[in-house]
Each structure stands twice: as C-alpha cells, then as structure tokens.
Design a protein around this ligand. Sequence first.
Ligand code: ARG
Ligand code: ZN
Length: 844
Amino acid sequence: TTIYLKDYTPFGYLVDSVHLTFDLADHATRVTSRIAFRPNPDATDRTFFLHGEDLTLIRAAIDGAEITPDVTETGLTAEVPNAPFIWEAIVEIDPGNNTALEGLYMSNGMYCTQCEAEGFRKITYYPDRPDVMSTFTVRINGDLPVLLSNGNPSGKGKGWAEWTDPWPKPAYLFALVAGDLIAHPGQFTTMSGRDVALNLWVRPGDEEKCAFGMEALKKSMKWDEDVYGREYDLDVFNIVAVDDFNMGAMENKGLNIFNSSAVLASPETSTDDNFERIEAIIAHEYFHNWTGNRITCRDWFQLCLKEGLTVFRDAEFTSDMRSAPVKRIHDAIDLRARQFPEDNGPLSHPVRPESFQEINNFYTATVYEKGAELIGMLKRLVGDEAYKQALDLYFDRHDGQACTIEDWLKVFEDTTGRDLTQFKRWYSQSGTPRVTVSEDWADGVYTLTLKQRTDPTPGQSEKLPQVIPVAVGLLSPNGDEVRPTEVLELTEAEQSFEFTGLAAKPVASILRDFSAPVILEHDHTDAERAFLLAHDTDPFNRWQAGRSLAQDTLLRMIKHDAAPGADYLDGMLTVLRDRDLDPAYRALMLGLPTQSELAAALFESGETPDPMAIWTAVETLRQATAQHVQDLLPRLLSETQIDAPFRPDAEQAGKRALGGTVLYLTSRLDGGIKAAEEYAAADNMTRQLTALSCLLRAGAGQAELTSFYNQWQHDRLVVDKWFALQVSTATPEATVDVTRALTQHADFNWKNPNRFRSVISALAMNHAGFHRPDGAGYELLADWLIRLDPVNPQTTARMCSAFQTWKRYDAERQGLMQAQLTRIAETPNLSRDTTEMVSRILGA
Ligand code: ARG
Ligand code: ZN
C-alpha cells in the first residue's frame, strides 16, 4: 500500500501520558502499557486504531475493564468512550530473535531499541505517528547492571530503574537500553547554569575509545548555545554505543544510541576520517534535541524538516571546528557521489516526497543532504541576520509542536517579507537543475546569461524554474579580482546579468562556495580552468577548477584515447609546490572524480560508459601525475611527517591527508618500498591504513595484510576496515573473487550490518570490479541481498541502490543487472522494503 502526503489527517485522540513497564527476558519480554487518551477536538475521525506488529497481546483493558480488540497484522481497533479514558495492555515480544534491528532487540547480550521511523509499534500497541506526542514514564525490570531510558532518572533499586521524560515526544524518540555497560562520564554546565551529567556507555573493553566522543559532545552543547541560543533541557544526557545498528545513530530524547563505528575512537584504531565523522554525528544527534525533538515532524513526509536542518547545522559546526572550505568541498564531493545519482535516476524523489510504501527507504541523500543544501540556499538568499531571526521565531513559535515545511517557510516569510512560493519548488521538484552559462563582452559590458533546466524524473515530466542563488565573482585577465562575490538570483528559465565598468573581458568564477546543488555547465577551456586554479580567490571554486580540469582530461582520455594534458599535470605540480596552501586543501586538489561520476558524465554526454576504459584512464592519469611531480615527492614526504603527539584535529589530519596522497604517488613509482617503511613505522591508524592501502594498490603488501589482521583481530571496527580495504583495492578482474573469498572468512558475520557493508558495499563501490562484463559482480551482490532480506530488510533495501545506475550502461550489462533485479523481485516473501526499492529501480 502506498501512503500519500495529501491524505494526512490528525489522529482522533490525544495522549496525555504514557506509562510503560518492561519485564526483560531474551525471548519473552513483557511490555505493560498504561496510556491516558482523550478525544482530539481537532479531529473528525474517531476510529481508535493502534499500530502493532509482531506483538503477542496478553491483555487489553479500557478504564480497567478487559476488552477483546480486533487484532490484525498491523495493529488493533477497539471501541472506546467518547471521553478521556485509560488504555492498558500487556504484550509479549521476542527481542532475542529480532534480527531486523528495529523495535527492541539484542546486540551482544545488551537490550537496545531503534524506533525511528516506525519501530515503536514492534514494542507495544500505540498510535505510532510523529504528531502524537506525550510524556513518558518507563519502569525497567531486569537483572542487568545498567537500565536506561529517556528523560531523567526517577527511581532505582536492585533489578529495576525508572525514568521520567517531562518533554512530550512522539514514540519514534522512545529508547531503552539494558546491559553490562561501563560509563565514561562527563559534565556540562549550560548557559543558564544548569548542571548536566553526561555519560557515554560502552561495552567493557571499549573504555579507551570514549574520550574523543565526550569532548565532541561538550563542544556541540556549547556551540548550539553560542550560535543558535539552544540550551539542553534535562539533567542527564546519555549516549550508548551498540555494535549491531542499521544506521549511524539515533537522537532519542536524552538517550542517543549510536552505531559503535559512529562514536568509538582512538588514535590507534581510528582514521582521521573516522574522527571527523564521529564529531559530526555526535553533533548531529545532539542538535536534533531542538531540531527534531522539541520541534518534530507532523508526518514522515516532513522528514527533511528535521534532517535537512540538522545536517545543515552539523555542517556549520564542522566548518567552525575545522576548515570551512575543506568541509564545503567534502560536502560537494559527497553530494555529487551520493545524491546526484539518486536525483537523476529511477529513485529520484523530491526533498519532501509525496508518497511512499516504506518510509525507511526515504532516509536518503536527497532528504538529508539536498535537504541541507536547501537550508543553505535559504540562508544565502535572506542573509545571516534574517536567518537568525527566522530561526529564533521558529523555536519560539513551534516549540513542542509537530510541524511541516509550510511552518518552516512561514517563519522566513514572516521575518523577511519575502514570498517563498517559488523557493518551495525545491521541496517538491525532484531532479538536479542544470545551469548553463554563456558570456558576452561588448562595449565594456560583460553579460552573463544563465539558463536553467531540470530533466524529467519519475512521476514529474514538467519542471518549472527554481530560485537558484548563483554566487559569482569576476577576475581580470591578470588574475586580480575585479568584482567580489555577489549572489545572482536566477528565477527564470533564462536570465542575463550585466556587469559594467570593466577594463577587459573578465574570467567569471561561477557558483562560488557551491551556492546551489546544481550541475553547472560552463564550457571553459583547459587554459581558463588552469587560470582559475591559479587565481580564484574563492577556495571552493579554485578547487572546482582543478576538479573540472581533471574531469575534462579524463573524459578526453576515455573518449579519444588522448594523453593526459599539460594543463592538468602542470596545475598539479603548481598546487603541490605551493606551501602557502593548506595541506588538506592540496590533498583535495589532487583528488579525482570517482569512476562512477565519470560514468555519469559520459552517459549524460550521450556516450555509453565502459567501466574498464574508465578504470584504465584513471590509472594512466595517476601514473602520469606521479611521474610529472616525482621530483617533489621526497621533500613532501618528509614535510608531511608529524613529530608532535597524535591529535585528530584538522591541522594534523590535513598534513596526513597530503602525506597519504604523496605516499600513494610515490608507491606508483617505487612499487611500495616507501609505503612498506611507512607501514612499519606507523603509530596511528591513519598512517597504518594509508600505507597498507598504498601497498595493496601497488600489488604488494600481502605480508602486511596478514600482520594487520593478526594485530587487530580482537577489534571489530578495525577488522571491518581490513575487510573493506581488500575489496576496495582489488583490481577489476580480482574484485569479485576477493569479495567471495572474504564472505567465506570466519569473521564474516553477515548479520552484523557494519561487517556486511564492509564487504558487500565495498563490492558495489568498486566500479570496474562490480561491473565486470560477465555479470558476476551483479550476481554476487544479488545473492547476498536475497540472503539478508529475511533477516534485515532495512539494510538490504538500502543496498539495492547499488543497482540504481543500471540504465547508464551497455545493453549487455543492463540485461545482466535487470536479470538480477528481477531475481530479487521474484524472491518469495520479499520484504516490503526491498520490494519497493527493486520495483522503483526497475521502473515498474
Ligand atoms: N534520525 C536518525 C538521524 O538522522 C536516523 C534514523 C534513521 N532511521 C531509519 N529508519 N533509517 O540521526
Ligand atoms: Zn538526523
């Protein structure tokens, strides 16, 4: 069944309070609920339907009198009074056999929950929808040392604990954790002087990996006070690390639950990328306390209301803690790698979808990352001051409510007087707008003409023009900035902007700071790109010039078998030589578009991408670059060595990133001699893993691979890296065999989502290996998706997106992928999650 945004109606009843008692037992946990309902004056439909799935109902009563409700697979209905009443129920559930990791489940002997989006209905009968908010009191009876739930502790004894959450919340924010856990404590005093006890709860053995996460939490709390004026609102804030978790983390009120990979960190076991990601996710979940929890979503169509805004806020936080240009570049790389394929393929959907079958399939890069870009555009259009006023109004006006995108836009309209009707199309139109640039220079007037168009997407054949903020600056031919950045508002299908008072035809730097999530089509020559790479004052566009130069170079190599051009190679030489450039930024400049992005670019220019030709071009360009810059490499290797003790900050991480790129180029020339030395000397995971990766890519490193495993086999997060690295560094010919062999490894515990992804997602991401011409990559992926689906539908469905680009490729490959998609679709009892994904990908 498909659910539509347009069908929204409020629930017939309000909930005044919820009391839950859990009697924990691995296979027969009893959940006793006592819920105060009253008729909702704003609703007309008085059907009393409570969601419930996989529950055994033991007893139900209304106002103390036992009743027999109508129970189906999805819930129950009952006759209720037309006045306030108390609902009581006892249900039994089986957390020990809950492999879907949704609702109450077990991970390594520990009880934990995941309720967003619709998992609470697997715990007890309830109106499991975000617009039903209530206070909760939870009593946990269980013979485990640590018993946690939302809110503040309100009682405790041997074998029990009680928690009271004074803030009304929807059921998706409910959480419970029980287990043998150790606390890493911390403390924070809020801006109004309230003391908050912080705890990061981990399994015994993980105590040494807590310090970084705790510091990140404190920084997040402080930042949200300083920048958004948001203060924390409970006496305690708990974070728990869980090994078996379908996603990154979850913002349950006062009790955030994290995938252990998204919170546990130490220099020996975590890379710089891990540290940065952990800091961002901790901030993200913490920021949800205001954007998500205090103000939540009316229905799941409004998911971007909390996710887009919270991703935007965590990006601002990372920019402030680290380097703003580097963060912006990372975000653009990520958007192009994950969101553009979604927006421009069969899974395309608006930031605010209008229908779904399974909401878990809409926790997407479009809702999250494009959703965050919309906030960034809004901020750029109204300005920093107005943005701040609008946010203050939002918090003021909507605290305690379940809201919509209309509510969100209204606070901007009310504070600025701007009409956001056209801007709202960003929320309803799917697909990535393309902006084409043409220029004219006559009589001292420079005219920039911008055209926008969005190709049709599934269900949307007509597209209307959107409001696109295009940040532009102009450089004179000798490289001076003659016009600083200004934001042009492109609102028509085609619009011209004139610049006067210029002495010579300028070079335009367009879409500075990646001011809109669009594809810019600007036919610059290599020389113009090289000019911008050397002179642009906007760090994003300077990087972009290098990236475009690389892409154009690679496309010419692929299409015309051309040799790598001098503009690119000399440009890289100049970048590497420039000691004034931040090392992190230099490392980014040396990056290349992914092979999948190159395939998309070829497809969009009317060519059929050949994965092997793409792979070869990338290898050739890497080799040519290594040779071109080889004289610089030894000096750069020594300049990027760090004598100081390890710090996971932006400065050291940037140096290590540049060092890693230099080591990689070096190992292309020396076969891995330097990398082996680096590996032996490595005293942190970034260095160790980088060196191992360089060795493997150079066709060496088998001894190091074994010793790495022996050194780290006790640490599941490092073993995940060991699995993933082998698949990601495999050659196109070997990828499938390497993957298959790893799935036979004793440590390949495929029911653990992190381990499953470390191997199977790595296969899907190894472009040339996955797209092996005989279809063996497709078949292996499908085999595993079919196997995982009955165990964990959510993770299976998510990974189906590996097939979303199938129509880009040649008829042979399309046929092979279609056959695997059909095989998955025809699997008996396929989950609703996977069924929806596969049928959308097939375009059925
Ligand atoms: N709200 C969580 C977060 O963004 C993620 C929840 C994902 N839930 C899901 N069913 N996929 O922080
Ligand atoms: Zn979130």
